[in-house]
Design a protein around this ligand. Structure first.
Ligand code: PLP
Length: 375
């Protein structure tokens, strides 16, 4: 039996809801299923407004448009993240300024943010790595002091909290992902959470190709016309129908992932005590969603050998990220605020383990193989 790194979980109701959308004959975006998903997100997170998008990338691009950054502006973010965090702002002509991450959570090191601020800084983009919250109280305090916008990249963080507040709802804007590698999925998919109502009217316009279509359908304006820049950021109803089946089970999905995560965590405690690896660290004030289980191995050679040994046992383990500050596009479009030793170090040593619903019956074997490889 080959153990893939990821296996998308289906709840069983996805095709039934898609057939309902089909029967209703409403296939474009913003139908009944989009309404249900958005209301669920607003209810579940407490965000003032949730807008479904076709990806988290799209949500971040909307956030960049709404933040009105442009050439000459700078946006502070970690280098240890997925490309979309930076791309969204580079597309507006702004420059990502990369800062290092904390050794414990691998989240942006909030103590380095102040030093990276210049008169050109417009926004901070914390990324909640592995669904574990960044130090949002400190980040929001810095943002208030310097009048900066905070856009949370909460792609991995649906159902996670920081001091009891859902991630994605603490900054001005937050972006979620429903990509098939995340916990709650629709293949491709995402949402923008708007936590400051001042952004809502323009967000609706930007998402609908720069038109006032949403206001028109609510009867608030009598003409449907082009009023601002925008693009098509919304998903079709078939995707929303699929997503609705997942949202209905988001609680169970998270609980089952946490059980898998905890089993890994216990299994590797003694290897950590023996100095063979480091396990993930989740601060007590952060409730996580078991998006990811990773190990930090001693060095790059150890990681390469580990992944190869796993591969020969038919267990697929992967690593990420190539730090953005040292990637070709990161060098061309961004700048690192000084050296980023933690980012450089962990990106060489981190390995992600398979974590998907259905792994339960194979997890014992996976753990045994990993423990053998570590010895
Ligand atoms: C997955 C991910 C994204 C992109 O999400 P898509 O829905 O695939 O666009 C962005 N940022 C982070 C941190 C991610 O993990």
């Amino acid at each position: 039996m080959k153990i893939p790194f990821n296996k998308p979980h289906m709840t069983g109701k996805e095709l039934w809801y898609i057939s309902q959308a089909h029967a209703a004959g409403h296939l474009a975006g913003d139908g009944e299923f989009t309404r249900r998903c958005s209301e669920w997100l607003e209810m579940r997170t407490g965000s003032k407004k949730a807008l479904l998008t076709h990806s988290c990338t799209a949500g971040l691009e909307m956030a960049a448009l709404l933040s009105q950054v442009g050439p000459g502006d700078e946006v502070i973010m970690p280098s240890f993240t997925f490309v979309s965090t930076a791309n969204a702002f580079v597309l507006r002509g702004a420059k990502p300024v990369f800062v290092d991450v904390r050794r414990d959570t691998l989240n942006i090191d909030e103590t380095l943010i102040r030093d990276a601020i210049t008169p050109k800084t417009k926004a901070i983009v914390p990324v909640h790595y592995a669904g574990v919250g960044c130090e949002m109280d400190e980040i929001m305090a810095i943002a208030r002091e310097h009048d900066l916008l905070v856009v949370e990249d909460a792609a991995q963080a649906l159902m996670s909290t920081y001091r009891r507040r859902p991630l994605g709802t603490i900054g001005h804007l937050g972006a979620l992902s429903f990509h098939e590698t995340k916990n709650v999925i629709s293949g491709e998919g995402g949402a923008l959470l708007i936590n400051d109502h001042a952004f809502t009217p323009r967000a609706e316009i930007v998402r609908e190709k720069g038109t006032n279509r949403s206001q028109f359908f609510r009867g608030q304006v009598d003409k449907y016309t082009w009023v601002d820049v925008g693009s098509s950021f919304l998903p079709g109803e078939l995707i929303a129908a699929f997503l609705w089946a997942q949202m209905e089970e988001a609680g169970q999905i998270t609980a089952r992932r946490l059980a898998l995560w905890n089993r890994y965590h216990e299994a590797f405690a003694s290897a950590e005590a023996a100095g063979k690896l480091r396990r993930p660290i989740v601060p007590a004030h952060c409730e996580h969603n078991a998006h990811m289980y990773y190990l930090l191995l001693p060095n790059l050679a150890a990681r390469t050998a580990f992944i190869e040994q796993m591969r020969s046992a038919d267990i697929h383990c992967v690593f990420h990220y190539v730090p953005l500050h040292s990637s070709p596009a990161g060098l061309a479009h961004g700048r690192a605020d000084g050296p980023l030793p933690v980012t450089d170090d962990v990106s060489d040593r981190l390995v992600r383990l398979p974590l998907w619903l259905g792994l339960e019956q194979h997890q014992h074997g996976v753990i045994e193989t990993i423990l053998r490889a570590l010895n």
